[in-house]
Design a protein around this ligand. Sequence first.
Ligand SMILES: C[S@@+](CC[C@H](N)C(=O)[O-])C[C@H]1O[C@@H](n2cnc3c(N)ncnc32)[C@H](O)[C@@H]1O
Ligand code: SF4
Length: 381
Amino acid sequence: VTIPNGPEPFGVYVHIPFCTKRCDYCAFATWTDRDHLRQNYVDAVVTDIARSVNRGQRVATSVFVGGGTPSLLSGAQMAAILAEIPVSSDAEITIECNPDTVSADLFGAYRSAGVNRLSFGVQSMVDRVLIGLGRTHTKHSVERAVELAKRAGFGSVNLDLIYGGAGETLEDWKATLDAVCALDVAHISAYALTIEAGTPLASDPTRHPDDDDQAEKYEIASEIFVQRGYENYEISNWSRPGHSCRHNRLYWAQGNYVGFGCAAHSHQRNSDGSSRRWWNARTPERYIELVELDRPTETAGEDLDPSVVALERRQLNLRMSTGVERSAFHNDDLDEFFELGLIAEAGVDDQGEALVRLTMKGRLLANAVSVRLIGDSATSP
Ligand SMILES: C[S@@+](CC[C@H](N)C(=O)[O-])C[C@H]1O[C@@H](n2cnc3c(N)ncnc32)[C@H](O)[C@@H]1O
Ligand code: SF4
């Protein structure tokens, strides 16, 4: 359903919890042994969305189908899900794909269903590093997938990268950056490998990343991307002008969104500045069961009072190239951060308040700077 006119931003997230193999670093809600549930799961998501629309769900300005591996669903299954979601005529509609689970037919079906952005989990363009991360695809699969995406008419493609995998040398990382830049896509995300509890990586300290190595890789990546015409608009995200991810910007602007499928999160802002976050049952079985019983799929949630929302806003803005108000820090902290070269002036906001943003050095120490942010209610000395 497509609705004209650009309404207030509203996001829809759909979680697809199936993968062919679990990567060694991944702790996301996804399963490799539940393929028999796929159709029931799609039916449940469709029913859940239809009920929400009947209750007055807003028109979406962005839709993100993430996973797991959404590209494991057939084109018809994906189209059935997307057909239920009312979207604005200019909505950004992204599907997350694994490079070795795509085809020209699948992309054709995506185009017919209104999809206009693809995000590929690439991680590395060095096959040895990919094997070390537990990935199933190769550099060649990525090149083929991006070629298919372009041929199908996708002008907006994102590639996710991970740096700091076991055995990844600086030369490997530079080779990945060169190979990715050669694909000339609109958007790149590069994440430091993090060790998540319960993953094969967590139980193998010999494969844990080194902080200094990751810092160096981050700096090299940022330098190369900027040289190639990408703008760093969030710590881990670079885009060609006009191609930043609208859906992620909605999250970072604390906008309203609803999540469908197991483990999906939702967020609603209230007029008094407070907000509420909630999330669905974690397993696909439980989610399907709740939808079939016509019971709420939510399992837990939290209410955030205005001061918490305000502090989170500053934490999120600090990660963005726009930056935060100077008054978000105590004056002595500001002086220290300027002296250490962690922050720089960044103009003024709509209200004329002076802004500061992280420098390259600051981006590497973002967490240490972020913990010194103060909530709106606190006063600067
Ligand atoms: C949830 S995954 C889904 C994408 C898709 N299934 C894929 O991996 O090809 C989204 C992205 O999160 C990132 N990611 C997942 N686990 C990570 C970790 N432990 N450390 C850093 N990045 C991670 C990867 O870059 C991945 O592409
Ligand atoms: S990183 Fe992606 S492909 Fe790998 S297990 Fe996680 S969701 Fe699946």
